[in-house]
Design a protein. Structure first.
Length: 343
């Protein structure tokens, strides 16, 4: 870390902005590790000093207390160091595309998709992330058939990467006259933003690009021009449509970005599937068909099935209070990583 600090302080350090940013990030990553290690060394020294006082009858009781406290601190600091030294996910700092799609349950599923969107947007607001709606398909009674938003900010993917999968809701719909609880579902996909050059190679020969007139809201201009864009990636069959902007050029650029993210997500999913064949992932595979969570409104209960976590604070969660849930998921993930390192 001292070496990095010297390089950052050197004359002309900012001449190469890319290198300077890399060094700044490296310094930021090393800081908590260095601080934790220094604390570990300091506690070890204090324990040794206390041990030297055990033979002093007047200081023995105090020394024993100091040793007991020190050993507890050492255990905690060791755990923190192990976690800090775990391999970093290269996508953790990336922005994401958050896709929410209504599933089984008819109109109620569309309303639930809207509730999930608001939940994530309220959390994003607390994190001071920027939000951009990329495309949306509104359901007839409210909510969404499908919506894609881009979230931009610090550690977005790191916070939301465990949200991909099936989300199920159990509640009494407003249209239910007999008070019966209905079950419906939505799927969520969290896609780290891909660098089309570095992360995904897009060959124009493998793309079919169609333009057409946008449908729905947007005014007369939208209906008069072929501004909407549909891109099909022939090798994978992935199709992306974008029609929210009046500019065909902007819609095409946005569709290409989403396509790159989906291709990268498919590659990650395939890799995870291969790894899951040899071990069970405690936080799930990220498979969209995997049911990861149930939101039970009559009981005010949220259950994450991957880690057997139940919270009786459903309304707070729906209002964007997701820290306890996300911390539990990250803790399980880190525990799994540590176990694999030991094995």
């Amino acid at each position: 870390m001292d070496e990095v600090n010297i390089m950052l302080s050197a004359e002309g350090a900012t001449d190469d902005i890319a290198k300077y940013r890399q060094l700044t990030k490296e310094y930021s990553d090393l800081t908590p590790i260095t601080m934790t290690y220094n604390s570990f060394v300091e506690v070890e020294k204090n324990i040794e000093i206390a041990k030297d006082l055990l033979n002093d009858s007047e200081m023995k009781e105090l020394a024993e207390d100091e040793i007991k406290i020190g050993l507890t601190q050492i255990t905690k600091l060791e755990q923190d160091l192990h976690k800090l030294l775990l391999p970093k996910d290269p996508d953790d700092n990336k922005n994401i595309y958050l896709e929410i799609r209504a599933g089984t349950g008819g109109d109620e599923s569309g309303l639930f998709a809207g509730d999930l969107l608001r939940m994530y947007l309220r959390y994003a607001e607390r994190q001071k992330w920027k939000v951009e709606i990329i495309s949306e398909s509104v359901a007839g009674v409210g909510g969404y058939k499908e919506i894609i938003v881009k979230l931009v900010g610090k550690d977005v993917y790191s916070k939301l990467k465990f949200e991909s999968g099936g989300h199920r809701v159990q509640r009494v719909p407003d249209t239910e006259t007999q008070g019966r609880v209905h079950t419906s579902a939505c799927t969520v996909a969290v896609l780290p933003e891909a660098d089309a050059v570095e992360d995904v190679e897009l060959n124009n020969d493998e793309l079919r690009i169609d333009t057409y007139r946008a449908s729905g809201a947007g005014g007369q201009h939208v209906n008069k021009t072929d501004s909407a864009v549909r891109i099909t990636h022939l090798p994978t069959g992935i199709v992306v449509e974008c029609q929210d902007d009046r500019s065909q050029h902007k819609n095409r650029a946005q569709a290409m970005a989403i396509l790159a993210a989906r291709i990268k997500d498919k590659q990650i999913s395939q890799q995870q599937a291969e790894e899951a064949a040899t071990r069970k992932s405690l936080v799930g595979t990220g498979d969209r068909s995997e049911r990861i969570r149930t939101y039970n409104f009559p009981q005010g209960r949220l259950t994450d099935h991957r880690i057997n976590l139940t919270l009786y604070k459903l309304q707070a969660v729906i209002d964007g209070d997701l820290n306890e849930l996300f911390d539990a998921l990250m803790a399980e993930y880190q525990t799994q990583q540590l176990t694999e390192m030991i094995i």
